[in-house]
Design a protein around this ligand. Structure first.
Ligand code: SF4
Ligand code: SF4
Length: 165
């Protein structure tokens, strides 16, 4: 209960920074693609505000929050410094409690399937859309240490991305 109260206060502080200018819409890929205000940062902020103030949200609100890529692109253009991703994470926790049970089960199995190589690799190989060309990229000069994420589905579906031509 205490955690929820702190999250609500954090969310409230973030929401209050938003001046509804809409600058973020220009850099949001989901808004650019779908053209729906509710698939923009400003629209999602409105949805989360509505959840916090009126406990009102529909199944469609969950869809709009799910569609956010959490890419932070909107934060780079926001003149008010709205910490949007922090807010959307709080919003997602709130709506998660209301997600239909079948969706929770479905999402659990998709996550397990994509991140378990023994399950995903045989199927992924069927849908592979690029072939390995050239050699694996290997560092020649060691200047520093870089952390590269291996990925879960990409090495099987598009292995050429990690290879030099
Ligand atoms: S750019 Fe920032 S202040 Fe303007 S609408 Fe988007 S989140 Fe709100
Ligand atoms: S984090 Fe979400 S709202 Fe922000 S630009 Fe990316 S997709 Fe759009």
């Amino acid at each position: 209960m205490q955690t929820i109260k702190i999250s609500n206060m954090e969310a409230n502080n973030i929401i209050r920074k938003c001046v509804h200018c809409g600058f973020c819409l220009a850099t949001c890929p989901t808004y650019q693609l779908l053209g729906n205000e509710l698939d923009s940062p400003r629209g999602r902020i409105y949805l989360i505000k509505s959840v916090l103030e009126n406990h009102h949200f529909s199944k469609q609100s969950i869809v709009h929050l799910d569609r956010c890529l959490t890419c932070k692109s909107c934060e780079t253009t926001c003149p008010s410094g709205v910490e949007y991703v922090q807010l959307v994470n709080i919003g997602r926790k709130l709506v998660e409690q209301k997600r239909p049970f079948w969706q929770k089960v479905y999402r659990y199995f998709v996550r397990q399937f994509l991140t378990t190589p023994i399950l995903f690799n045989p199927i992924g190989l069927i849908f592979r859309h690029s072939q390995i060309k050239g050699k694996s990229i290997k560092p020649i000069i060691k200047i520093g240490t870089v952390l590269l994420l291996g990925g879960c589905v990409q090495p099987i579906l598009a292995p050429n991305i990690n290879h030099s031509i």
